[in-house]
Ligand binder design. Structure first.
Ligand code: ADP
Length: 495
């Protein structure tokens, strides 16, 4: 962990105006459009970004396609691709502090978490897939009569990656690293409001030796650049993390254009299910609080629902409230801060509206529910706990993406399972119990791609990240991610 003076030395560093990265060159938007990058720390303008048009998105796709077809990367020896990607990971690692501070100024995540989850995780992800570049290959099928059937594993072509603002480097790396390791070209669209660290990442990719046109970064509006990508006939795969509403649109764009494959990671409403016989209720309370309040709840796997066995409800919830009230919400670039800024004014307003609605639907706000540190000019929200949330209430069903915990009691395991499965989502969740059979039964019954027993939020590139139900499809992370970025082709050979 760096010391505070090292962070402070970077907190006001000037950020140049940024352009689009297309075909290895930095170019302006074709109509000269620009957008301010606003910091949620204090509402100040950090710099300006090029605001791409649909035509600019098309130019990026053309550059990616040309690079793919001429084989400068797609037919490079896999071992050579591996070397370049390792160099890329090294550069991300050696620029970790710079990338983390830049990202925090752009999106408000507390620096301790950003260092680990952003450059730290991106470097580990790029390294993991670099290592795979020359280890993924085809098969020879065991045909009944020994006829030769070769099963090739091929790069698909041009991958469009559309990513959100909460963890741009980490989520960006989950998409681009396996896509590049397999030999594809990529067009990456950062979120409108958190592009700075990804633009810097593109510079490091070029420095590492990723050939021009293989990785392109286009900043601009979702409904313009993202839509152009979704409808583009020459993008083969879309890899997306973001809201369900946008995911739905991407499926439509795909249907209306070339039926490109769409892999969607769409968030959740994940339950922490706490039984009275949890081995360590204090640990469970800490995890329940961390699981929803870190990064102001702007985490797709946030444990946004707390389901507590009725017999311990009051005491357990009291402890979670105590922890929430003890958290330091403040300057995300201070190492003493537990919780940083909410990403934007719009996000903050949405969070507050969700709490109001919960109150109107019968929930009891035990703590928080309000904006704080308004004098700073930034967007901060007190960690919020809403008790007695009915399973039918919006707060029990809809993702808020803010530091708002919905608490509901349950009588037994059957009721806990029914509550846990009572949303359209199926991303994450946890069971806290000392009863191994109950842990097994509940984790098998709850729909979710990432479940935990007596812990929450473990993360490693070796494990798949996958949603069930309307939390999405396809897998980020682990070797399984290659299924999205490679095709299998069988060739029968009569010799
Ligand atoms: P969030 O609510 O987390 O901001 P969004 O789905 O709006 O989630 O944003 C995630 C990403 O999707 C961003 O890069 C955003 O620009 C992009 N996006 C938003 N709207 C569209 C759209 N209509 N088509 C394609 N991409 C979009």
């Amino acid at each position: 962990m760096p010391a505070q003076p090292e962070i402070d030395a970077l907190r006001d560093a000037a950020i140049p105006d940024r352009a689009l990265f297309i075909g290895g060159r930095w170019v302006q938007a074709s109509d000269g459009g620009r957008r301010d990058a606003v910091s949620p720390i204090d509402g100040a303008t950090l710099t300006t970004l090029a605001e791409a048009t649909a035509a600019d998105a098309g130019a990026a796709v053309r550059a990616a396609r040309a690079a793919f077809e001429d084989g400068r990367w797609s037919r490079m020896a896999p071992m050579a691709r591996k070397t370049v990607l390792h160099r890329f990971a090294d550069l991300v690692q050696s620029h970790a502090l710079e990338l983390a501070v830049l990202g925090v100024r752009d999106n408000g995540t507390e620096i301790g978490m950003a260092l680990k989850a952003e450059p730290g995780s991106a470097a580990a992800t790029i390294r993991f897939y670099a290592e795979c570049a020359d280890k993924i290959g085809g098969e020879i099928a065991p045909t009944p009569d020994g006829t030769l059937a070769l099963v090739h594993r091929e790069a698909i072509g041009v991958v469009g990656a559309i990513v959100p603002w909460n963890f741009p480097l980490m989520i960006g790396a989950w998409k681009i690293a396996p896509a590049l390791a397999a030999g594809n070209s990529v067009v990456l669209k950062p979120a409108e409001s958190a592009a700075l660290s990804l633009l810097r990442l593109a510079e490091l990719a070029q420095e590492a030796g990723i050939p021009d046109g293989v990785l392109n970064v286009v900043t601009g509006a979702g409904p313009v650049v993202g839509e152009a990508m979704g409808l583009h006939p020459d993008i083969d795969v879309l890899a997306f993390t973001g809201s369900g509403a946008t995911g739905r649109r991407l499926l439509e764009y795909s249907a209306r254009s070339n039926m490109k494959r769409c892999y969607l990671e769409l968030g959740g409403k994940s339950p922490n299910i706490v039984f009275a016989n949890a081995p360590d209720l204090e640990e469970a309370a800490q995890a329940a609080a961390n699981g929803i309040f870190r990064n102001s709840g702007q985490v797709c796997i946030a444990g946004s629902r707390l389901l507590v066995e009725n017999s311990i409800h009051d005491e357990f919830v009291r402890r979670v409230v105590e922890i929430a009230e003890g958290l330091t919400v403040g300057d995300p670039l201070s190492l003493d801060t537990d919780i940083g800024a909410v990403h934007s004014q719009a996000q903050l307003s949405g969070n507050l509206a969700a709490v109001d609605k919960a109150r109107n639907e019968g929930g009891t706000v035990l703590t928080g529910g309000k904006r704080i540190r308004e004098d700073s000019g930034g967007y901060y929200m007190a960690p919020t706990v809403v008790d007695r949330v009915a399973p039918t209430a919006a707060l029990a069903r809809n993702e808020v993406f803010g530091p708002v915990l919905a608490v509901t009691g349950f009588a037994d395991a059957d009721e806990a399972i029914a509550l846990a499965n009572g949303t359209d989502y199926g991303l994450s969740g946890a069971v806290w119990t000392a009863d191994l059979s109950a842990a097994h039964r509940v984790t098998r019954a709850v729909k979710g791609g990432l479940l935990h027993v007596n812990t929450y939020g473990g993360s490693d590139i070796t494990v798949p990240m996958a949603g069930m139900k309307q939390s999405g499809n396809g897998v980020d992370k682990s070797m399984h991610a290659f299924e999205k970025y490679t095709d299998l082709k069988t060739v029968w050979m009569k010799l």
